[in-house]
Design a protein around this ligand. Structure first.
Ligand SMILES: *[C@@H]1O[C@H](CO)[C@@H](O)[C@H](O)[C@H]1NC(C)=O
Ligand SMILES: *[C@@H]1O[C@H](CO)[C@@H](O)[C@H](O)[C@H]1NC(C)=O
Ligand SMILES: *[C@@H]1O[C@H](CO)[C@@H](O)[C@H](O)[C@H]1NC(C)=O
Ligand SMILES: *[C@@H]1O[C@H](CO)[C@@H](O)[C@H](O)[C@H]1NC(C)=O
Length: 622
């Protein structure tokens, strides 16, 4: 045990914490132990088909929450599911071999391969656009209601999660399975990311259509991991190699000289920009090999620490946080201007604030020093008031007091969660900013996932498991808005070989070339003016496969996102083969499934044969 400096002793005493450097509060130790059991159990309850809260849910599919009303979260979100399975895979890979967990992971991958092929209001797989759809029904059918779409973070997060399993397969003797079954699913998501990263889309809170820090940094991480994984699988991801530096360039644009990340750019929805979005971005792109690199906003970087202070301080005005001094943990929400359920702290964000600090400690330990810069000075001064900018080596009292104070600060966030969760350890989405009462969607799967990753980070902060291999990435000289096209291929993963216990003997014999794009597409903007009532949807059906081959069950839904009483517009873009000629009609489908066809004649359309061309189709309902 390290000697404590007097400053740390005073601070610890003020917080009423037993003085024990970087070993934490024993009450938090036992809380972490018991809540880990609860979180593991509750998280698995929310996964189909045999989860205790997941009756009727397809195998491997994660429900956001069992809540079916106020709010209705009985859907599967690509983002939430990926974050949850990233946690499941990390638990699987770091614990004793667990066949039942492996089965869930395999079912998840198979379910996502299938989901990639489900046509939906964002589009289809043919041009990748359908991968940007945020949520589906729990039986993997499309959700056609109004929604914030597309959302670009789902595919990269899913690629990251599946890459963790692909790495496990490689490390345990199953590289062929990784190459043939898992990689084709990952590759579609990577191509989507390289293709659409520079388009605007909705943020992770599904409210702002613009560019979001969490999304961009996640895209960067997925592409970098994609290149590395491709190499291990004796293949390539050219789009990943090409586009990753451009995404990293964009990531820099979110930094404000006021010392924090502006989480939404292009459209900031009138907010200051301090948002838990950025803390999540930092912890989910944590890579200890990058040390405290600030270009990738690593948890211990000066920018990420300054941002941690700015974001958490922004919630100190809430009644629940009243009188809590800076540098002591508070309840953390999305952003202070939040009006959803009147704006409250979220468990997963309070846990993320802890996780960032544990991640930082692990790296400081691995590198044997802490650096304080003018950017991060404010963060450190809250904890060690006498500190000045400089580098403090391990073995010095300042290094010890910093690590001790940061660990205590992080444990404080867990203590906030412990204080305001249900007594049985269950966590919904939010707790009241006034009195801490748990509220909103019960048993939010992401809350449990966030607890498990924070607990893992805490244990890692005590004994870091990684070596020290810093190699920060290089930024290009100029940022470019270039994108790359890849060939989307329907992944045929239908099942995994039986009993893939550690110690497999598979080998990969030959390198696999990337698929080449043979699809030459034309995008049709369909629009029709049709007055409808609540529950109705308007779709397009026609003579080609992309339009359901005249089968109304496979008709493509249009969106009412610009619908008004005076201009009852239904619209949507659908990619068809360039040069295709086809007939089509609009149909109205009512709540009970009854179909109303437009009257004759059939409409017809001839697509330009130029690849990437667009055109318009439709008009008044006939
Ligand atoms: C696209 O990339 C350019 C260059 O980095 C950047 O200025 C712009 O903000 C990006 N737009 C979106 C929506 O990502
Ligand atoms: C300081 O950290 C380095 C790197 O982790 C380690 O090798 C060394 O033993 C540490 N020294 C002390 C005094 O803790
Ligand atoms: C429209 O197309 C359908 C399917 O090919 C066909 O059965 C129908 O006769 C066509 N209607 C007219 C008016 O040509
Ligand atoms: C089709 O819609 C897209 C997106 O709204 C737009 O960028 C494009 O210009 C439209 N194409 C035509 C031919 O109007």
């Amino acid at each position: 045990m390290r000697a404590l400096s007097s400053i740390a002793l005073v601070l610890s005493a003020l917080r009423g914490v037993v003085a024990c450097p970087v070993s934490g509060n024993p009450a938090i130790d036992s809380f972490v132990e018991s809540e880990t059991q609860v979180s593991r159990h509750k998280l698995l309850c929310n996964i189909g088909s045999d989860g205790c809260e997941a009756a009727g849910v397809s195998p491997g599919v994660v429900i956001a929450s069992p809540s079916k009303s106020d709010p209705d979260y009985w859907y599967t979100w690509t983002r939430d599911s990926a974050l949850v399975f990233k946690t499941v895979i990390e638990q699987f890979a770091s614990g004793d071999y667990d066949a039942s967990l492996q089965k869930k992971i395999q079912e998840y991958i198979v379910s996502q391969a299938k989901l990639q092929g489900v046509d939906n209001p964002s589009g289809g797989l043919v041009d990748g656009s359908g991968l940007g759809e945020a949520k589906f029904h729990v039986d993997l059918t499309q959700f056609t209601g109004a929604w914030g779409r597309p959302q670009h973070d789902g595919p990269p997060l899913r690629a990251i999660a599946m890459s963790q399993y692909a790495k496990w397969l490689i490390d345990n003797g199953y590289p062929k399975t990784a190459q043939e079954i898992v990689w084709p699913v990952i590759r579609n998501d990577l191509y989507y990311t390289a293709h659409y990263w520079n388009n605007t889309g909705f943020d992770l809170w599904e409210e702002v259509n613009g560019a979001s820090f969490f999304t961009s940094i996640t895209q960067y991480r997925a592409l970098v991991e994609g290149s590395a994984l491709a190499a291990r699988l004796q293949t390539t991801c050219t789009a990943c190699d090409e586009i990753a530096p451009h995404v990293l360039c964009l990531v820099q644009n979110y930094w404000s000289n006021s010392g924090y990340v502006v989480s939404n750019i292009h459209n900031n929805a009138g907010r200051a920009g301090k948002d838990g979005n950025s803390i999540l971005g930092s912890i989910h792109s944590f890579d200890p090999r990058l040390g405290c690199d600030a270009t990738t906003f690593q948890p211990c970087s000066d920018k990420a620490l300054s941002n941690h202070k700015a974001v958490t301080d922004s919630f100190r005005s809430w009644p629940i946080n009243n009188g809590i001094p800076q540098g002591t943990a508070v309840a953390v929400g999305r952003y202070i201007e939040d009006v959803y359920y009147n704006g409250n702290p979220w468990y997963l964000l309070t846990l993320a604030a802890a996780e960032q600090l544990y991640d930082a400690i692990a790296v400081w330990k691995a590198q044997g020093s802490v650096t304080v810069t003018s950017t991060s000075l404010g963060f450190f001064k809250d904890l060690v008031p006498s500190i000045t900018a400089g580098t403090y080596q391990n073995g010095t009292t300042t290094y010890d007091s910093v690590l001790d104070a940061v660990f205590t600060y992080a444990d404080g966030y867990l203590n906030v969660v412990k204080t305001y969760m249900h007594t049985d350890g269950s966590m919904p989405e939010q707790f009241s900013k006034n009195d801490g009462t748990p509220m909103a969607a019960r048993d939010l799967t992401w809350s449990y996932s966030a607890f498990l990753t924070a607990a893992a980070a805490r244990s890692n902060a005590r004994s870091p498991q990684f070596g020290w291999l810093a190699s920060p990435p290089q930024l290009p000289n100029t940022c470019a808005a270039s994108t790359a096209d890849g060939a989307y291929v329907s992944a045929t993963a239908v099942s995994f070989p039986a009993s893939q216990t550690p110690g497999g003997t598979e080998t990969i014999t030959a390198s696999v070339p990337e698929p080449t794009s043979t699809t030459c597409l034309h995008k049709v903007n369909f629009s029709v003016l049709r007055t409808t009532v609540w529950g109705d949807s308007v779709k397009v059906v026609g003579s080609i496969k992309e339009l359901g081959s005249w089968n109304t069950a496979n008709a493509r839904p249009l969106l009412a996102d610009a619908y008004t009483e005076s201009n009852p517009l239904w619209r949507g873009s659908i990619s068809v083969p360039a040069g295709a000629s086809f007939q089509y009609k609009f149909i109205k489908v009512s709540d009970n499934g009854a179909v109303t066809w437009e009257s004759d004649p059939n409409r017809s359309y001839s697509a330009s044969s130029e690849c990437g061309s667009t055109g318009n189709a439709g008009g008044n309902w006939q």
